[in-house]
Structure formats: structure tokens, C-alpha cells
Write a protein that binds this ligand. Structure first.
Ligand code: FES
Ligand code: FE2
Length: 308
């Protein structure tokens, strides 16, 4: 399978239980290895049939009699966890984080999405509570335009920022009615390199968590997987998880439509700068983290009250 990261293609392939990640280019005449097939656990180039092991080393050149010359494709660390595949373009320094409920007894569903936008826009969109009244009326929010006073606390570290919402009642949107119990607080969090996650807490546990893993695929597109999970016991249940998928898809389509329309507009009006509104609690910090800068709110947590 070919996977593109920041415009550069990689090829992922399996050899039994092992999974490998190589640059998707043959060192011979540059053919994409992803067009080939797996033979004896090695990936075979579709052009002249050179074969490469998971380490990237060439292990066969069809027709050659005698010693194999050294030929190498760059290889990258790759790990499979909770139904997702993670790879690192640099040295792998830590276990991948999948979701806050990883390892617990949960029911989960995974959805895939691709949006013509940028990572900062998509991550902000997932974590932005203020757009739901408009973009997702009826699905994530009730049909009434009623708002409630909530307190938002924003904290951060060098590579994450989170907003905690307190004071919301149980939500009236369809998804919440179906899936959530009582709500006490909810949390939205961004983490490097492209994780946007939401937690909905009941009395003393997380009732529902969604974690998106996003990647800037090309300059034009963001690709991502969203994991929805909740506790199995007295919680999500398989039927609910099944129901969840179509609703989740509707919400994602709604976001995709507005994000792509906005991105198209930015290309038409490249001189128009965006304004950070007083309720945009996450965006400046997401931008800082993505740029490798220290998010200001890490020094001084911020608290505001808004009508949500
Ligand atoms: S291009 Fe791959 S074997 Fe020739
Ligand atoms: Fe949304």
C-alpha cells in the first residue's frame, strides 16, 4: 500500500505478522514498489523484479548469476497498535499513542476521512465547540439555539494543549442522546504531531472518547483516522458503536464541506488574513505547537466563560 506523507510516498507491506515501511521508490529505475507484489516475504519491484526485504536490503535480482551487489531502499520504523499503523520518518523515540482508553475494556469504531485543507484547520475544527451550533445542528447539537454558560480552562505543555469545558448539561444532539450518559465535563486536546481528541466525562469516568490521528498528506490534503471508543460495560455496546458510524460520517461530511469551501476561498483571497476571535481558545496554541514554538498558555493557564 502506498501512503503519502508531506508529499513523499512510502510503501507499507506485510510479511506474516511483521509489517514494514520503505520509501516507495526502487533504487534501480525508480519504479514505485507499491505497484509490485510480495514474494517470499520480500517486496518485488514491478519493473525488473528486484526484491527487497523489510530492512530495505535487496535480496534478489532475477537473472543474475553470482554475487548480489548492495542495493538499499530507505526503511522506516513502523508499529501496529489498536487497529492503526504508525510509522516514523525519523528515529522512533516512543510508543505511539492511540487513544486515552487504549488497553481498557472498550468498544470502538474507526472511521477514515480525507479533507482538502491543512492540518491546523482540521485539528482546530475537531476541537472547536463553537461551530457545532451551525455546522452540526441536530446531530451534535439540539435544534433549539439555546446556549448554556460554560467555563473553559485552557492548559498546555510543550507539545500539547487542552481545553476543559465545565457546566454543560447533557447535550441534545442525536449523537449525544444515543451515546452519552450524563455529562460532567468535556475535554478537547491537541498533541503533536497531529492528534485531536475529545473526551466526554460522566460522573467518574470517560463515557465517550474520539481520537483523530491526522497527517498532512500533500499540501492540499489532510488524511485521518478517527477512533471512537467507550467503556463496554454499561457504556457504548456494539449496537451503539454500529449506530455511531453513520452519524459520525454525517458530521464528518458536514465539516469536510465547510473546511474545503474555506480552503478554496483562501486560495482565491490569498491576501486575506484570518482573525483569531476571542472564543478561539485553541488555535494560537495549535499553531505554536505545529511550528515547534512554546505555546504561551503553557506558562499561564487561561480561563474564560462563554455561552455554548
Ligand atoms: S526499477 Fe525496480 S527493478 Fe528495475
Ligand atoms: Fe465539526
Amino acid at each position: 500500500m502506498r501512503v503519502v506523507v508531506a508529499g513523499r510516498p512510502l510503501v507499507l507491506f506485510r510479511n506474516g505478522d511483521a509489517i514494514h515501511c520503505l520509501a516507495d521508490i526502487c533504487p534501480h529505475r525508480s519504479a514505485p514498489l507499491s505497484g509490485g507484489r510480495i514474494v517470499d516475504g520480500a517486496i518485488e519491484c514491478p519493473y525488473h523484479g528486484w526484491r527487497f526485504a523489510g530492512s530495505g536490503r535487496c535480496v534478489a535480482m532475477p537473472g543474475l548469476i553470482g554475487e548480489l551487489p548492495r542495493a538499499l531502499v530507505p526503511s522506516y520504523p513502523v508499529v501496529e497498535k489498536d487497529g492503526l499503523i504508525f510509522f516514523a520518518l525519523e528515529r522512533q523515540t516512543a510508543e505511539p499513542y492511540t487513544t486515552v482508553l487504549s488497553g481498557k475494556d472498550t468498544v470502538s469504531a474507526i472511521v477514515e476521512s480525507r479533507v482538502g485543507s491543512t492540518l491546523a484547520e482540521v485539528a482546530e475544527n475537531i476541537l472547536d465547540a463553537t461551530h457545532t451550533h451551525f455546522t452540526h445542528k441536530g446531530i451534535l447539537r439540539g435544534l433549539s439555539s439555546r446556549r448554556y454558560r460554560v467555563t473553559v480552562t485552557v492548559t498546555a505543555g510543550d507539545d500539547w494543549v487542552e481545553a476543559r469545558y465545565e457546566g454543560e448539561p447533557k447535550q441534545e444532539g442525536l449523537i449525544s442522546r444515543l451515546l452519552e450518559g450524563e455529562r460532567s465535563i468535556s475535554v478537547g486536546r491537541f498533541r503533536q504531531p497531529g492528534i485531536a481528541e475529545l473526551e466526554f466525562w460522566g460522573k467518574d469516568r470517560i463515557n465517550l472518547a474520539t481520537t483523530f490521528h491526522l497527517r498532512q498528506e500533500t499540501t492540499d490534503t489532510v488524511h485521518g483516522f478517527g477512533i471512537l471508543s467507550g467503556p463496554r460495560q454499561g457504556g457504548l455496546g456494539h449496537l451503539k458503536a454500529l449506530l455511531f458510524k453513520p452519524f459520525f460520517r454525517i458530521a464528518l461530511e458536514q465539516d469536510k464541506r465547510i473546511l474545503q469551501a474555506a480552503e478554496a476561498n483562501r486560495r482565491i483571497f490569498p491576501e486575506r488574513r484570518q482573525m483569531i476571535g476571542p472564543l478561539d481558545v485553541m488555535r494560537p496554541h495549535i499553531d505554536a505547537i505545529l511550528a515547534g514554538r512554546w505555546p504561551e498558555v503553557a506558562d499561564r493557564p487561561m480561563e474564560i466563560t462563554m455561552e455554548l
